[in-house]
Write a protein that binds this ligand. Sequence first.
Ligand code: TYM
Length: 334
Amino acid sequence: MARVFSGIQPSGELHIGNYLGAVQRWVALQSQYQCFICIVDYHAITQDYDVSMLETRTLDMATSLLAAGIDPERTVLFVQSHVLEHTELAWVFTSVTPIGELERMTQFKDKSQRQESVLAGLLSYPVLQAADVLLYKADTVPVGEDQVQHVELMREIARKWNARYGDGFFPEPQALVGEAKRIVGLDGQAKMSKSLGNTIGLLDQPEVIWQRLRPAMTDPARVTRNDPGTPEICNIYHLHQHFSPKKTVEEVAHKCRTAGWGCLDCKRVLADNIANAFKPIRQRAAELKKRPEQVREILAAGAAKAREVAQETMRGVRERMGLLPARTEAVVDR
Ligand code: TYM
């Protein structure tokens, strides 16, 4: 059975961007594939973060994922730092990864530009990402567009390691990118992202969704209500395509072109459809939030399953690299 791996940062609750771009597909894939989904807390520390909130954000992300339909009976859901082999394999991979490859990563260039002093962790971020996937010898990596370059690099890392230490040991994983590969935020410009504050949260109440959507950017040509617009350039129209029935989408396009609706009318319909789409997820999340211990247990069980595979891979890696075997395997009780 093909093996799927994907990861998500512990940024708290899900938003429409990471849900449509990734999580929705993870939920669909779990019936056909053996899936590993990892909350990547060691990736999150490569940029400034609130130490006092990391634990809560990690749990909230797990809660969101479970509410969104990740089924712990079918998917191995776990936290990256609970499986020590991730950082171990990342170290191994630093010794086959040229710095030049890391420096040309778009995400590194973007993020490092915003910082006075660039941390080594930010540069080696994709090496840890390669370790995440290859530790499970996963061949399929469902991600949004922004992660495709990182998946290409992990293919190269697998190739380089295989060439030096063990032909065919690691597969070369493929990115799986869906239609919703880049959901634009409410500013109508940048990728929807929590750090840019341009999101609608999956668990937002209907009134909050409306408050967030109301000031959102639309086609700038629609200065007054009577100015006709071009739906294709409006992010609100694109969001309708994900949340509204086909008939409504056609109506939106027509009423935008003919100024039959104002932008607020169009947003009102969208707000209602988003709120309805996520109602069952909101309800499940509210239930799970009453039982945080259960979420912790799911994560512990997931880490135990992940560890079995990870330890097996690392044994093979150490052996092929000629390391002296330890007499006793380190016993890690977490
Ligand atoms: P992260 O946490 O930024 O995002 C999680 C997933 O959601 C996708 N995504 C989006 N897709 C479309 N439109 C958007 N606005 C949007 N925002 C987020 C991302 O492409 C991603 O698939 N480095 C990764 C996490 C990671 C990982 C891995 C992924 C760590 N190890 C191994 C795959 C395999 C990240 O920061 O994702």
